[in-house]
Structure formats: structure tokens, C-alpha cells
Design a protein around this ligand. Structure first.
Ligand code: GLN
Length: 192
């Protein structure tokens, strides 16, 4: 299994570290030739969604990435990655990959005081340490979206088929269980 980690801006190194810890091979996607490689899944890290979105287009990675996800490649978007994948963004006119039936709000917890941690449920995991950094949350989700975490009545993790998103940053903790969940999705996909 080979996972590509989008490495244009933001917290990509931390995802790679978790994958190393889980003995999963990964590589950084920095330019067009990287997205053209053969690989099994992709991670879109946290950072600034307008910056990553702009670089995806400027570096001509956008179309190929979108096609891969549309064709079923498993993708895990954290924080800004969740915004890149959302079909609707409440407080931004920009749209990026726009593949998941969720409406998100950027910087939903305020800009300055928007960082906090808590320990909440993710799917079948009872307690997961969640680190939020100027995070979005989803305001609503389509019927085809499985909501995996709700914190203070807000959707902060969800899955739609091959697309997994978290508003928080599992890569900034020592807890590898959400990455393991994603790897489970990749294995499922490889079997089909
Ligand atoms: N505030 C950022 C955005 O709107 C997301 C923050 C993050 O990824 N930690 O894209």
C-alpha cells in the first residue's frame, strides 16, 4: 500500500510520521509528476484551504487529484483538507474539489481563540483526543454521509464512501486509530 500526502502547505509531515509509525509507505505530492504516480490513497492535510486550493491549480495537480477521488481513490482530509473536499462553504465564495455533500463553515470557532482540545467519540472509538486549530465544522451533511463525530452539536468527522474528513488533527496526537480506520478504508478499496 502506498499513500500520497499532499505536501504543498500545512501539517503534512505529521501525517507522514503517523504512517511511518504504522509501517505504511507514503510519499509527498509536491508537483504534477507526483500525482501521476500509481498509489492507493491520498491525504489532504490541514493548513490554509485558500492557499492549498490555489497551489493545486497553479501546479496543475487539481484535475488529476479530483479524477482520482471521483474514480474511488480513498481520501482523508483533515481541517483545511475537509474544506477542500466540501461541496459548500458557508463563509467563502471559493470552491475547491467540491466532492463531499457537506456544508462547512471555516474558522467556525473564531479566529484567535479557535484552538482547543477535547476527547470525544469517533465512530466506534469511545474517546479520541481531538485537537482543533482554527477549525471548520460541518453545518449539514447529505443523506449519503455517515457522521462519525459530533462535538457540541457540530459535525466534526464524517465519511461519504471513499471520502473521510475530520475538522480536527489526529496527526498532531500520538493516537493512530483514525489513521488506522482510514487504512482500513484503503484495504477495503483494494479488495474491490
Ligand atoms: N482555518 C483554516 C482554513 O480555513 C483551516 C485550519 C487548519 O487546517 N488547521 O483553511
Amino acid at each position: 500500500m502506498l499513500i500520497g500526502v499532499l505536501a504543498l502547505q500545512g501539517a503534512f509531515a505529521e501525517h507522514k510520521k503517523i504512517l511511518d509509525k504504522l509501517n505504511v509507505e507514503s510519499f509527498e505530492i509536491r508537483q504534477k509528476k507526483d500525482i501521476l504516480k500509481e498509489f492507493d490513497a491520498v491525504i489532504l492535510p490541514g493548513g490554509e484551504s485558500p492557499v492549498i486550493g490555489k497551489l493545486l491549480k497553479e501546479l496543475d495537480i487539481f484535475e488529476e487529484l479530483k479524477i482520482k477521488i471521483v474514480n474511488g481513490m480513498p481520501v482523508f482530509g483533515t481541517c483545511a483538507g475537509m474544506i477542500l473536499l466540501a461541496k459548500e462553504i458557508e463563509n467563502d465564495d471559493r470552491r475547491h474539489l467540491a466532492l463531499m455533500d457537506i456544508k462547512v463553515k471555516r474558522n467556525a470557532y473564531g479566529r484567535q481563540l479557535g484552538s482547543f482540545t477535547c476527547s470525544e467519540k469517533f465512530g466506534l472509538i469511545e474517546q479520541f483526543p481531538m485537537v482543533f486549530i482554527r477549525a471548520p465544522h460541518a453545518i449539514n451533511a447529505g443523506d449519503n454521509v455517515e457522521v462519525l463525530s459530533v462535538v457540541d452539536d457540530k459535525i466534526v468527522a464524517a465519511r461519504q464512501n471513499n471520502i473521510l474528513v475530520t475538522a480536527f488533527h489526529p496527526e498532531l496526537t500520538d493516537d493512530t486509530r483514525i489513521h488506522e480506520y482510514f487504512i482500513g478504508m484503503v484495504k477495503e478499496n483494494d479488495r474491490v
